[in-house]
Design a protein around this ligand. Structure first.
Ligand code: KG4
Ligand code: ZN
Length: 329
């Protein structure tokens, strides 16, 4: 039995988890920072400061909830990128400190791969190669994942990420932060055909959401606040539809070329119910195994790093203590 303590501080979630053998989540404590609400987006300086404030109590709680003592862990992992550099440093430094103090190996993990691993925590390993759609606040990419869980990016956004598109549209509509869940709530039961917002169709398997953002901006300006507020349900349903359709149509195009036996959805936006439904409906009928992460493994959480670190652990692949952080992949 291998116990890994994982730490995640790449953005605005301070999180620590204990995962057994890369599969069984014994604890997963997530503290979402609320101070960014007033600014309508994540403020990097505030984020690192809050991580410093909460990191040790979050780790303590994760160990307590797992009903183990810190000396029982076999390794400690932390996400070292991509993400906000100052924020990543907090989790990484805490993990290194524990590694040195407890004399246990340290494993740095990639945030994006961790998101994909949320599917393994949910349903076990897929058949390889697997095609994965990763959609979060920082990423909209399509990856081929091989048996060693190595990833090859075959498509990505040329401008905003899907989560960013949700967040920016929600902000323009005054729906608050975080925008994705707020926009989804506002769209419930609305008419998705109310307004035809652009659905970009690019070469290859790339995405673009800047046209949608501009179109929403002009729509709000032209219609005026009163009309927008009256039709908010239908407008948000139309925006949600445009984002989800672009993701599904592009992913279908990638699948038509690569025809993998399994596909995996990942990242914060995979919490979106319309996307989950469309992903499942489109691909189940094609006979492909569809992997969708449990809700608790969609947005940022440390079980993802503690889970994927196990793959390195069993290969004795440990990270040097001077491992640094990176902001972009
Ligand atoms: O993976 P994540 O927690 O952080 C990053 O790695 O970026 O993803 C956060 C993103 C945010 O943009 C948030 O608005 C979006 O995921 N999100 C959603 C939903 N829940 C979170 N977008 C649409 N519908 C949701 N239910
Ligand atoms: Zn993330």
């Amino acid at each position: 039995m291998t116990l890994i303590l994982g730490i995640e501080t790449s953005c605005d979630e301070t999180s620590a988890a204990v995962v057994e053998d890369g599969r069984r989540v014994l604890s997963n404590v997530v503290k979402t920072q609320m101070s960014h609400k007033d600014f309508g987006g994540v403020v990097p300086d505030l984020s690192s400061r809050e991580h410093v404030q909460y990191i040790y109590e979050v780790i303590e709680e994760a160990v307590l909830k797992a009903e183990i003592s810190i000396s029982q862990i076999d390794a400690v992992s932390a996400v070292n990128g991509p993400g906000l550099v100052g924020s990543l440093m907090v989790g990484l430094t805490a993990a290194k400190g524990i590694s040195l103090r407890q004399n246990k190996p340290f494993i740095a993990t990639d945030h994006v791969k961790g998101h994909i691993y949320g599917n393994v925590l949910t349903s076990g390993y897929p058949e390889y190669p697997s095609l994965s759609l990763v959609v979060s606040g920082g990423h909209s990419s399509i990856f081929l994942v091989d048996k060693d869980f190595e990833t090859r990016e075959i498509g990505r956004t040329l401008d905003d990420a899907a989560g960013e598109a949700f967040d920016k549209c929600a902000k323009m509509l005054g729906l608050g932060y975080p925008g994705g869940p707020a926009l989804e709530r506002a769209a419930e039961g609305g008419d998705k055909q109310f307004k035809k917002f652009p659905i970009s169709k690019l070469d290859g398997f790339n995405f673009s959401f800047s046209g949608l953002k501009t179109s929403v901006m002009y729509y709000i300006k032209d219609e005026g606040a009163k009309s927008v507020s009256k039709n908010i349900n239908d407008i948000t349903a139309s925006i949600e539809y445009a984002i989800v359709e672009q993701l599904i149509r592009t992913f279908l195009k990638a699948y038509a070329v690569h025809k993998t036996k399994s596909i995996m959805l990942a990242g914060g936006v995979s919490a979106n119910r319309l996307l989950r439904r469309r992903f499942e409906d489109e691909f189940k009928k094609r006979g492909v195994s569809v992997y969708i992460p449990e809700m608790r493994f969609c947005t940022d959480n440390a079980a993802l790093t503690a889970g994927i670190a196990y793959r390195d652990f069993i290969k004795n692949k440990f990270s040097p203590i001077d491992t640094g952080v990176y902001s972009r992949s």
